[in-house]
Design a protein around this ligand. Structure first.
Ligand SMILES: Cc1cc2nc3c(=O)[nH]c(=O)nc-3n(C[C@H](O)[C@H](O)[C@H](O)COP(=O)(O)O)c2cc1C
Length: 377
């Protein structure tokens, strides 16, 4: 009998734990329908706002590549190079809520058993702006969306009360989450920015506001590289660039570190892991650290726009993993979620070559005694 890939996350049943994250793969009805046909367990729509946005002239996303035989990194496509990361400065959906509403309803009608999550974003500077969050939430859930993901993490919004600027402010995170929860009839996931000192602080704000789960990471604030010949940024318009977001393989270890902090601080809460996933083995890291679902963007963008081969490989990988570990009694994802969460410890807890204790620099051990250090000056 084939293993059961299904899982329940924030009370919602998924046929498998893999979702397309909010990004170009989920920006249209046709893409989302294709994604469900291809086998994705869920889809988070491209972030929906009330008003249309206008994107920059030229490419909104480019891919940084590394050479195998030199330290060269560049966005220039060349033979033998491997993907390092994606870089984007794309804003939220350039379609309005009115455009999205009938499409969300049609998608849900066509695929009632697949999970459709609406990603939403508004300003948060005053009561009117906060009501926009509620308006977006109500409109999407009325169309049958199974959950809402509140985007508190887009790294290139100018307004101080939008995107990652909200995600950097624990009070605003809490307020926005609470406002959405007031009207939400479906679970609310808060997508946080990794670009803060201690993501646990903002996550606490989200949980205090009533979030049902945290999604992490969005892209990391970053710049494209400067070309040494032209002295121009590899992505620019009229010589100018703004900070944008780094995704793809380069952020996998960075995002895992954020996730480890989160799942250790809130072991009983739900987390959706995002960042740098292409293969099942990479997604497994997130499951073992305590995530119940995993989301994918960059890898899917590079695979026929919605990742048909990526999702096939993820499902095959999970199937093989469950078969291989059947003797341990593992029959579903839940059986191994969080199994390595507590293996991440303070550095002083790692064994030393001698029996001697190291107390993390809290005593003089490992350093010269104060009088010795003074004498040497
Ligand atoms: C071109 C592009 C557009 C994106 N747009 C959104 C968005 O509208 N809303 C959002 O929450 N995340 C957005 N993201 C972030 C992704 O959903 C995801 O969090 C990030 O890319 C990390 O995953 P990855 O390493 O699999 O790419 C975008 C990413 C890219 C590359």
């Amino acid at each position: 009998m084939a293993p059961d890939l299904s899982t329940v996350f924030t009370g919602i049943r998924f046929r498998n734990p893999f979702l397309l994250s909010s990004a170009p793969p989920t920006e249209s009805e046709s893409n989302i329908l294709r994604a469900f046909e291809a086998g994705w367990g869920g889809v988070v729509t491209k972030t929906i706002g009330l008003h249309p946005v206008v994107n920059v002239v030229g490419p909104k996303t480019k891919f940084l590549r590394a050479d195998a035989d030199s330290p060269h990194l560049s966005m220039k496509k060349r033979p033998g190079s491997a993907l390092h990361s994606s870089w984007n400065w794309e804003l939220i959906s350039d379609k309005t809520l009115d455009w999205w509403v009938p499409r969300l309803g049609r998608i849900k009608q066509a695929f009632p058993d697949h999970v459709l999550v609406a990603s939403i974003m508004a300003g948060s500077g005053n009561d009117t702006e906060l009501r926009h969050w509620q308006h977006l939430a109500e409109a999407c859930q009325e169309q049958g969306c199974d959950a809402l993901e509140i985007n508190l993490s887009c790294p290139h919004m100018d307004r101080p009360d939008m995107g990652s600027n909200v995600g950097k402010d624990k009070e605003l995170v809490s307020i926005v989450t609470k406002v959405v929860k007031e009207v939400a009839k479906v679970p609310v996931w808060a997508k946080l920015t990794p670009s803060t000192t201690d993501i646990v602080i903002e996550a606490r704000g989200a949980f205090l506001g009533g979030a049902d789960a945290i999604s992490s990471s969005n892209t990391f604030t970053s710049l494209p590289l400067i070309d040494a010949d032209t002295l121009d940024f590899e992505v620019q318009v009229d010589g100018l660039v703004s900070t944008g977001g780094l995704g793809g393989p380069a952020i996998l270890p960075l995002s895992l570190a954020k996730m480890s902090q989160l799942t250790q601080a809130f072991p009983d809460k739900d987390f959706s892991g995002i960042g740098g996933i292409t293969t099942f083995e990479q997604a497994l890291n997130y499951f073992l650290l305590g995530c119940g679902t995993a989301q994918i963007c960059t890898a899917a963008m590079l695979d026929h726009a919605i990742g048909p081969n990526v999702i096939r490989a993820l499902n095959d990988g999970l199937t093989r993993f469950l078969e291989k570990n059947a003797a341990k009694g593992w029959t579903r994802v839940d059986d191994f979620v969080g199994l390595r969460r507590d293996r991440v410890v303070a550095q002083s807890k790692i064994r030393r070559p001698t029996e001697k204790d190291y107390r993390g620099g809290y005593d003089a051990e490992g350093y010269a005694a104060p009088e010795e250090a003074t004498a040497k000056r």
